[in-house]
Design a protein. Structure first.
Length: 214
C-alpha cells in the first residue's frame, strides 16, 4: 500500500471518528449520564458493533469524549491565564472559565463525572469514577505546568506547583459540582469567594522572568 493511500485512509478514519464523537456529543447533550451506546449508534446512523469497532466499549468512548472536552477546556483556561489583565483578574477569569463551561453544558459535565443512578441500560455497571479520576489528574498536571512556567515559587517549585495545580483543580471540581447542583449563589459570587481563598500566597509570589505571569 502506497504512502499516499495510507495517508488518505488515516484521514478518512480520523474524520469518521470525529463524526462519531459529534454524534455522541449530541446524544450526551440530550440524555446526560443516561446516554447509551444504542442511542449513540442510532444517532450516528450505524449499528452498535460498528461503534464498538471504533471505541471498543463505553469506556473507550468515554475516554475519547473526555479528551475532546478536556482539550477544549484546557485551551480556554490557558487563554484566561494569558489575558492582558492583572493577576487577580486572571485568577478570577480562570475560575469563571471553568464554571462557565460546566454551566453551559451541564449534561456533558454530568456524563463525564456522574453515573446514571437509575439507568436500566445494559452498560449501567460502567464505572464513571474509574474514568473521571484520570481526567481530573490530567487537569491538575496541566495546571501545574502552567503555574511553574509563570510564577517563581522558589526552592522546590516543581513539587509546589503540582500541589497547587491538583489542589486548585480539586477545589474547582468540588465547588463547581456543589454549585451546579444547588445554585446557592451566583457564578460571580462563587468566583470571587474562591479567588479570595486562593489569593494569599498567589498575591505574594513574583512572576518568572520572560513569562506572561499568573
Amino acid at each position: 500500500m502506497g504512502t499516499t493511500q495510507q495517508a488518505d485512509q488515516h484521514r478518512s478514519a480520523h474524520q469518521r471518528r470525529r463524526q462519531l464523537l459529534e454524534a455522541a456529543d449530541r446524544v450526551v447533550l440530550r440524555d446526560g449520564p443516561k446516554a447509551s451506546m444504542n442511542a449513540i449508534a442510532a444517532e450516528a446512523g450505524i449499528t452498535k458493533p460498528i461503534l464498538y469497532r471504533h471505541f471498543g466499549d463505553k469506556g473507550g468512548l468515554y475516554r475519547a469524549l473526555a479528551k475532546r472536552h478536556t482539550d477544549a477546556l484546557l485551551s480556554a483556561l490557558k487563554a484566561a491565564l494569558d489575558a492582558p489583565a492583572d493577576r487577580r483578574e486572571r485568577v478570577e477569569a480562570t475560575l469563571d472559565t471553568y464554571l462557565a463551561a460546566i454551566e453551559a453544558r451541564p449534561q456533558v459535565y454530568r456524563f463525564l463525572m456522574h453515573p446514571a443512578e437509575d439507568s436500566q441500560l445494559p452498560e449501567q455497571g460502567f464505572d464513571v469514577g474509574r474514568h473521571s479520576a484520570p481526567l481530573l489528574r490530567r487537569l491538575g498536571e496541566e495546571l501545574a505546568v502552567v503555574i511553574e512556567e509563570r510564577v517563581d515559587l522558589g526552592p522546590g517549585s516543581a513539587q509546589l506547583a503540582r500541589v497547587w495545580g491538583h489542589g486548585i483543580v480539586g477545589m474547582m471540581h468540588a465547588a463547581g459540582d456543589w454549585w451546579l447542583g444547588e445554585r446557592p449563589c451566583s457564578r460571580a459570587q462563587l468566583v470571587s469567594s474562591l479567588a479570595d481563598l486562593l489569593w494569599g500566597r498567589l498575591s505574594a509570589v513574583a512572576d518568572r522572568a520572560g513569562s506572561p505571569g499568573l
